[in-house]
Design a protein around this ligand. Structure first.
Ligand code: AMP
Ligand code: ZN
Length: 115
C-alpha cells in the first residue's frame, strides 16, 4: 500500500468504489468517468507505479490479472462483439493514476488509432 495512492485507498476501502471483483491479488471496479458503455478497471492489490515497475516476481500476478480480466469481459458479455484493453503508461501514455491498472472498455465500436 502506498499512502498517497488513490487506487490503494480504493482497494483498502478508504475511498468508495463500485466493485466488480476482488480476491487476494486483484481488485476490479467501475471507472468513475466511463469512456465507453462498459468501462472497468482491474488493478493488482500490490502497488506498482506503472507497468514498467513490474519485475520477474510479478509475472504470476500479471498473468492472473489478465486472465481475470478475460473472465470479467466474458461475464460482462463483451467477448462476442469484442472489447479493448488499455494500459496507459507515463505522461505521454496519458496515465493519470500512478497505480498500474488495466482498462476494460466495451459496448461500442472502438477507434484506431487512439487519440
Ligand atoms: P489513467 O488515465 O489510465 O491513469 O486512468 C485512470 C482512470 O481512473 C480514469 O479513467 C479515471 O476516470 C479513473 N478514476 C479516477 N478516480 C476514480 C475513482 N475514484 N473511482 C473509479 N475510477 C476512478
Ligand atoms: Zn497504489
Amino acid at each position: 500500500m502506498s499512502d498517497d495512492c488513490l487506487f490503494c485507498k480504493i482497494i483498502a476501502g478508504e475511498i468508495p468504489s463500485n466493485k466488480v471483483y476482488s480476491d487476494d491479488d486483484v481488485y476490479a471496479f467501475h471507472d468513475i468517468n466511463a469512456a465507453a458503455p462498459q468501462h472497468i478497471l482491474i488493478v493488482p492489490k500490490k502497488h506498482l507505479d506503472d507497468i514498467t515497475h513490474a519485475g520477474a516476481e510479478d509475472q504470476a500476478l500479471l498473468g492472473k490479472l489478465l486472465l481475470r480480466a478475460n473472465k470479467i469481459a466474458q461475464d460482462q458479455g463483451l467477448t462476442e462483439n469484442g472489447f479493448r484493453y488499455v494500459i496507459n503508461t507515463g505522461k505521454d501514455g496519458g496515465q493519470t493514476v500512478s497505480h498500474v491498472h488495466l482498462h476494460i472498455l466495451g459496448g461500442r465500436r472502438m477507434q484506431w488509432p487512439p487519440g
